[in-house]
Ligand binder design. Structure first.
Ligand code: FAD
Length: 485
């Protein structure tokens, strides 16, 4: 045993990279024993591995957490390998008899953690999990017959009726004395991309302080006009809290109560605050659905959609990933994603609809691309939203509601500011044609210095034809009962 005095508590950090409002940390502190904070980079288990953009975030968030712990006299121990084996090694090294963690609710992670807890218990080590990532633990919000909600509005109502905000806590100021333990460094893990470093445009401040600042800025400004602003991709109309919430740098309760307080203080109208709280509700709904329907990332929630006649269109998929479809709003979104690790919500819906319905490419390919490129990639939210757009999900948008990328662009980016920012080839085209450059007269294109097919692609599909094709494909699986938009 290498600790001084009584056995410490191991605090196993995962996606709760914060000290404030951290239930596992609070409970560890309440034992009165020294705390050994550890993060295990586990690449080998059955849990889906983080994508490249997520690893970029993790790299910075771990550095921030480590610095924050150091300020309070604690060292974040970093280990790489199998979670079970690394925990055991740490238990042997420290003599700890207790492991505390905030639970991961994704089915594979949850199963792995239960196995670990079960095995450790058999060896006399207490292993306890808490809820630090959701307003309500999955399984706690059930309908009148004790089953999961499949429709969002009653889910939100029930969630709001029973979820109760815990008091805000700032975390312990001292972690107790623990003898030195072996630790990797964040650099050892090479999580930041190199050769090439594609993250140069990632303009984020990962870590707890960055999360709290983003929340503060949002409640003071964009919240006032959130319901409209959130649909304007050229503006910062939303909170941009998604990666911070995903990595647990901020408790969802902190975001929730800050917005309620802003409303009470008269800083934002009630309708705006409510809209934001409903979006936090969608995050919750996604996590709860994944808990109850563990195949959500792989299988259509409505099973008939698994028979959908998807196309194996690699050329279309590549054009989509690179932002070269010839539809400006789609291309702008895909380029924003690549350049910044994030995409505006309205545009996520447009690009997802384009992949699924204009190109007839399986939503799972889109989900996987988002998984690798989003800094907020989240198994529940990503798969739930992809299935929502596909029409195959719970409470999904009907399949026959097909986003028109031109009219969506004209409606939500009327002046083309978002498009021009991410698709500079179109910088000089007048507003009238910015969302459909192929309709511009030749002299307009000449003046804007655009040679279609050279400087900017012609559309990879004709939207009207693609729409008919998508509806025909839907007919093939549904008998056409709903293809009546
Ligand atoms: P705000 O508008 O400020 O909303 C506040 C918070 O509410 C967000 O940070 C997020 O945590 C939550 N939220 C908002 N909208 C949704 C939603 N539709 N579903 C679930 N939670 C929501 N969000 C992710 O966090 N991870 C994903 O992997 C993800 N994949 C998506 C894939 C597709 C195809 C689509 C259409 C949406 C996806 N979203 C995902 C939801 C949404 O686009 C992002 O949460 C949002 O754009 C984040 O920006 P924000 O923080 O400014 O959101």
């Amino acid at each position: 045993m290498t600790t001084e005095g009584e056995p410490p508590v191991i605090l196993w950090f995962r996606r709760d990279l914060r000290l404030a409002d951290n239930p596992a940390l609070e409970r560890a502190h309440a034992t009165g024993r020294p705390i050994v904070p550890v993060y295990i980079h586990d690449e080998g288990s059955a849990v889906r591995r983080e994508g490249a953009a997520s690893l970029w975030w993790l790299d910075k968030s771990l550095r921030a957490l480590s610095a924050r712990l150091a300020e309070r006299g604690a060292t974040l121990i970093l280990r790489r390998g199998d979670s079970d084996a690394e925990l055991r090694r740490l238990i042997t090294e420290t003599g700890a008899q207790t492991v505390f963690m905030n639970r991961l609710f994704e089915p594979d992670a949850s199963r792995r953690d239960s196995d670990i807890a079960h095995d450790l218990k058999a060896e006399g080590v207490e292993c306890r999990g808490f809820n630090g990532s959701l307003l309500c633990r999955p399984g706690a919000v059930l309908n009148g017959t004790g089953g999961p909600y499949k429709v969002f509005t009653p889910f939100l109502k029930s969630l709001r009726a029973q979820a109760e905000a815990p008091p805000h806590t700032t975390g312990p100021t001292s972690f107790g004395a623990v003898a030195t333990l072996d630790s990797d460094t964040v650099d050892d893990w090479g999580l930041h991309p190199s050769d090439p470093d594609w993250s140069k445009g990632f303009d984020w401040t990962p870590g707890e302080a960055g999360a709290v600042e983003a929340l503060r800025r949002f409640t003071l400004s964009a919240l006032k006009t959130y319901s409209v602003g959130r649909d304007r991709p050229a503006e910062i109309g939303g909170s941009r809290l998604s990666p911070h919430l995903h990595w647990g740098e901020l408790s969802p309760w902190r975001a929730w109560t800050a917005v309620e307080e802003a409303e009470r203080a008269g800083q934002a109208p009630a309708a705006e605050a409510d809209k934001f709280l409903a979006e936090i509700g969608w995050r919750e709904f996604s996590a709860h659905l994944l808990h109850h329907f563990p195949t959500l990332p792989e299988r259509a929630f409505r099973p008939e959609y698994d028979a959908f006649p998807w196309l194996d269109d690699d050329t279309g998929f590549t054009a989509w990933t690179r932002g070269l479809t010839g539809y400006p709003i789609v291309d702008a979104g895909m380029r924003q994603l690549w350049a910044t690790g994030w995409m505006h919500n309205r545009v996520r819906m447009i690009v997802a609809s384009f992949l699924i319905k204009d190109l007839l490419i399986d939503w799972r390919r889109g989900e996987a691309w988002f998984w690798d490129t989003l800094v907020d990639a989240d198994l529940g939210s990503n798969s739930q939203n992809w299935q929502w757009v596909a029409g195959s999900g719970a409470d999904a948008s009907p399949y026959f509601r097909i986003f028109n990328p031109v009219t969506q662009g004209q409606k939500f980016d009327a002046e083309g500011r978002y498009v021009r920012r991410w698709v500079p080839e179109l910088a000089r085209i007048p507003n009238k044609w910015v969302h459909a450059p192929w309709t511009a007269p030749p002299e307009v294109l000449r003046e804007a210095r655009i040679r279609l097919g050279h400087d900017y692609p012609r559309p990879v599909v004709d939207h009207a034809e693609a729409r008919d094709r998508a509806l025909a494909a839907l007919k093939a699986i549904s008998g056409g009962a709903r293809a009546d938009d």
